[in-house]
Design a binder for this molecule. Structure first.
Ligand code: KIV
Ligand code: ZN
Length: 518
C-alpha cells in the first residue's frame, strides 16, 4: 500500500483563483481574491492555488498577499518548468506559513511535439531540473504532468518516478483536455500505483477538466483507485467547460461514504456562501439545475415529490439543504431595528466591519427598509457587498433620471457622476433605458472599453426584490466585472457599469501609472 492509497483523508486543492480565473471573463481583483481565499481557508480547504505569479503583476500580488494572510491552508503558486517562473513563484509564496511551488510540464506526444517542440528526453531532464530547483525554495513541491491522460504510460511512469526522486511530495495527473472517461482514468491511476516504484513517497493528485462533462466522475474514479488529492474549483469554474466542481466532489464523497470511505476537512455548510461569492464577482451565474448549488437543487415541484418530502425528507433528498448551507430565507431585521441588532446580524452573516462601514451599511439598510417590505439575509449580503465593492471608487453615481415606456421614444437618461471629486452632468438618449444611461456614462467618462456582458438577477423573490447587476468590460485584452444591487434595476445597472470602469482604472494604473485619464 502506498502513502496515498493508505490514507483515508483527502486533500482538497482549490484552484478557483488560478485555473478558475483562466476562464475568459472571470477576472477578479485583489480584494475579491482575498475575500475568496479567506472563505476557502475558513471552510477547511487544504491547498489554495492563488495564481500563476510569472504571468502578471496582478497574479504575483494575489499569491503574495494571500500568502501573507493565510495561516492554515497551504498557499500554492503555479510555475512552468523554467527557473525564471519558479523563482518568481518562490518569491510570491515566501510570506506563507505553508507555501507550495506547483511546477508543470506537458508529457503527451502531441504537447511535446507541437507546443514544447522538445524530445521526451529533454522533457524528462526538465522534470528533474524543475523539481530539484523548486526544492531549493520550499520542501513542499508539487509536480504536474500536463495532458497526462494522453501520455504514453511508460513515459508517464518514468517522469513521475524522477519527479519523486527529485523531491516532489505531490504528483498531479491532469486530464487537461477533459478527454478521459471514468473507467479509463481510474485504471490510469491504478497503473501508476502498480508501476511507479517510489509512488509510496508521494501523494497522488488528480486535476480533471469537464470537456465531456466527466470531470467529477473522473475525479471520483481516481479517488477510488487511490488518489488522495483532488484539484477542483468552486462552481466548476475554469477554462473551456471548466474544472471538476469542488462542491460536487465533496458532497459525493460525503454522501457516498459507503463506496468511497475517505474524509475531507471541508465544512460543507459554507458551500453556498462561497458559490454565491464566486458567481457574483465573476459574473458567471450558476445554472438553476446545477448539482448542489443550483437554485433548484433542493426544490421539489411535483406534487408526488412534495408529498413524499413532507412524509419523510429522505424519500427525495439524499442530502439536506442545510448541509450545504441552504437555509430557508429568514426574514431579518425590520424598519425599526437598531444598530446593535444590525451589527449582530452582519456578524452572523460573516461580516465583521469597522464602525464607519457599519454606520454606512446601516444607513443603506434603513433606506432599503423604506423601499422594500421584507428584508432577507440575501438582501443584507447584497447591500454590504455593494458597500465594500464601492469603497474606493474614483467615479461615483450621484443621480439618475430615466424616461422610458410607450410614450417616450427614444428613451432618455439624465445622469450626474462625481469623477475625482468633480460633479459632471449629462443628458442622452438610446435604444432602450439601459443604452441611454450607459451613453451618458460614456459621454461623461469617454473610454474605448467594450461591453461584454450585461446581466440582471433578482436577489430574492417578488417585484420589490433588489436587482443584482453584473457588467463586464474589456479593454486591451483585460476584462473586469462590475457589480451592484439596488431595488431600482436602472440604478443598479449604472452603478455596476461605473464599478467596472473604476476597476479598469485600477488595472490601468497598475500597468501604466501615467495613463489615468479616460
Ligand atoms: O489542466 C492542467 O493540466 C493544468 C495544470 C497546470 C495542472 O491546469
Ligand atoms: Zn487545468
Amino acid at each position: 500500500m502506498s502513502k496515498s492509497q493508505n490514507d483515508d483523508r483527502i486533500v482538497i486543492f482549490d484552484t478557483t483563483l488560478r485555473d478558475g480565473e483562466q476562464s475568459p471573463g472571470a477576472s477578479m481583483n485583489l480584494d475579491e481574491k482575498l475575500r475568496i481565499a479567506e472563505i476557502l481557508e475558513g471552510m477547511g480547504v487544504d491547498v489554495i492555488e492563488a495564481g500563476f505569479p510569472i504571468t502578471s503583476e496582478g497574479d504575483f500580488e494575489a499569491v503574495n498577499e494571500i500568502a501573507k494572510v493565510t495561516k492554515n491552508s497551504i498557499v500554492a503558486g503555479l510555475s512552468r518548468a523554467v527557473h525564471m517562473d519558479i523563482e518568481r513563484c518562490a518569491e510570491a509564496i515566501k510570506p506563507a506559513a505553508r507555501g507550495r511551488i506547483h511546477t508543470v510540464i506537458a508529457t503527451s506526444p502531441i504537447h511535446m511535439k507541437y507546443k514544447l517542440q522538445m524530445e521526451p528526453g529533454e522533457v524528462l531532464d526538465r522534470v528533474i531540473d524543475s523539481v530539484s530547483f523548486a526544492r531549493k525554495f520550499t520542501d513542499d513541491v508539487e509536480w504536474s504532468a500536463e495532458d497526462a491522460s494522453r501520455t504514453e504510460h511508460d513515459f508517464l511512469c518514468r517522469c513521475i518516478e524522477e519527479a519523486i526522486k527529485a523531491g516532489a511530495g505531490t504528483v498531479n495527473i491532469p486530464d487537461t483536455v477533459g478527454y478521459a472517461v471514468p473507467e479509463e482514468f481510474g485504471a490510469l491511476i491504478s497503473m501508476i500505483f502498480n508501476r511507479v516504484p517510489n509512488i509510496d513517497k508521494a501523494v497522488v493528485s488528480v486535476h480533471c477538466h469537464n470537456d465531456l462533462g466527466l470531470a467529477v466522475a473522473n475525479t471520483l474514479a481516481a479517488v477510488k483507485a487511490g488518489a488522495r488529492q483532488v484539484e477542483c474549483t468552486v462552481n466548476g469554474l475554469g477554462e473551456r467547460a471548466g474544472n471538476a466542481a469542488m462542491e460536487e466532489i465533496v458532497m459525493a464523497l460525503r454522501t457516498r461514504q459507503d463506496l468511497m470511505p475517505v474524509i475531507s476537512s471541508i465544512k460543507t455548510e459554507e458551500i453556498m456562501k462561497i458559490s454565491k461569492l464566486v458567481s457574483t464577482v465573476t459574473g458567471f451565474s450558476v445554472q438553476p439545475n446545477k448539482a448542489i448549488v443550483g437554485a433548484n437543487a433542493f426544490a421539489h415541484e411535483s406534487g408526488i415529490h412534495q408529498d413524499g418530502i413532507l412524509k419523510h425528507a429522505g424519500t427525495y433528498e439524499i442530502m439536506t439543504p442545510e448541509s450545504v448551507g441552504v437555509t430557508t430565507s429568514s426574514l431579518v431585521l425590520g424598519k425599526h431595528s437598531g444598530r446593535h441588532a444590525f451589527k449582530e446580524k452582519l456578524i452572523t452573516l460573516g461580516y465583521e466591519l469597522g464602525d464607519n462601514a457599519v454606520e454606512d451599511a446601516f444607513k443603506r439598510f434603513k433606506d432599503l427598509a423604506d423601499k422594500k417590505k421584507e428584508i432577507f439575509d440575501e438582501d443584507l449580503v447584497a447591500l454590504v457587498d455593494d458597500e465594500v465593492v464601492r469603497a474606493n471608487d474614483r467615479i461615483q453615481l450621484i443621480s439618475l433620471e430615466i424616461l422610458c415606456g410607450t410614450r417616450h421614444r427614444p428613451p432618455k437618461a439624465e445622469l450626474e457622476l462625481e469623477i475625482d471629486g468633480e460633479t459632471k452632468a449629462c443628458k442622452s438618449t438610446g435604444d432602450g433605458p439601459v443604452d441611454a444611461a450607459f451613453n451618458c456614462v460614456k459621454d461623461l467618462f469617454p473610454h474605448a472599453a467594450r461591453l461584454q456582458l450585461y446581466q440582471v438577477h433578482a436577489v430574492t423573490h417578488g417585484t420589490d426584490a433588489q436587482a443584482e447587476v453584473t457588467v463586464r468590460l474589456e479593454e486591451n485584452g483585460r476584462t473586469v466585472n462590475g457589480q451592484s444591487a439596488d431595488t431600482d434595476t436602472m440604478v443598479a445597472s449604472v452603478k455596476a457599469y461605473v464599478n467596472a470602469l473604476n476597476k479598469l482604472l485600477v488595472k490601468r494604473k497598475k500597468i501604466a501609472p501615467a495613463a489615468l485619464s479616460a
